[in-house]
Design a protein around this ligand. Structure first.
Ligand code: ZN
Length: 155
């Protein structure tokens, strides 16, 4: 399952990448970009009712589009995850900034790219070859996991 998020959903797009979902962000919601995303088999996410109606009428079926109701990005993530049955767990699969697949690399490779104490205290690193960002499971990931855990529905 892959997504395309409209211009109002930039933060949601980042969150979706954090849980491993391939999500392109359409900074301008123009019809050509939406059409291309749909052709790639992406589900179009929007908060704009007019745009939703237009795209549904002209470009796709109900399975290819979803009208997000929540206001806050975290709530939007919860809503989308529940709707599409996606587990809310931190994934190290995609760069959360550019949606590019990140690769596990040895600490030697990222030596000059991360703070020294991080280099010395971590063994696992992930690298985005597109933007050069380095990710590692650590306090930030822990915080994200806690946030994700808080979003899980109460059984
Ligand atoms: Zn990147």
């Amino acid at each position: 399952m892959r997504f395309a998020a409209d211009s109002m959903l930039g933060k949601l797009a980042k969150w979706l990448r954090l849980i491993g979902m391939d999500t392109v962000y359409l900074s301008k919601s123009d019809v050509r970009k939406i059409k291309k995303a749909l052709e790639e088999g992406r589900i179009f996410l929007t908060r704009n009712t007019k745009l939703y109606d237009f795209v549904l009428k002209k470009l796709c079926t109900e399975d290819d589009i979803y009208l997000v109701q929540a206001n806050i990005p975290r709530e939007q993530l919860k809503e989308v995850a529940l709707k599409f049955n996606i587990p809310l767990t931190r994934s190290f699969r995609l760069c959360c900034v550019c949606n590019f697949p990140i690769k596990k690399v040895s600490s030697e490779i990222v030596k000059d790219l991360v703070p020294e104490y991080i280099y010395h205290t971590h063994k696992t690193f992930y690298f985005c070859a597109k933007c050069g960002r380095v990710y590692w499971p650590g306090t930030h990931a822990k915080r994200i996991n806690e946030t994700l855990a808080n979003l899980l529905p109460v059984e």
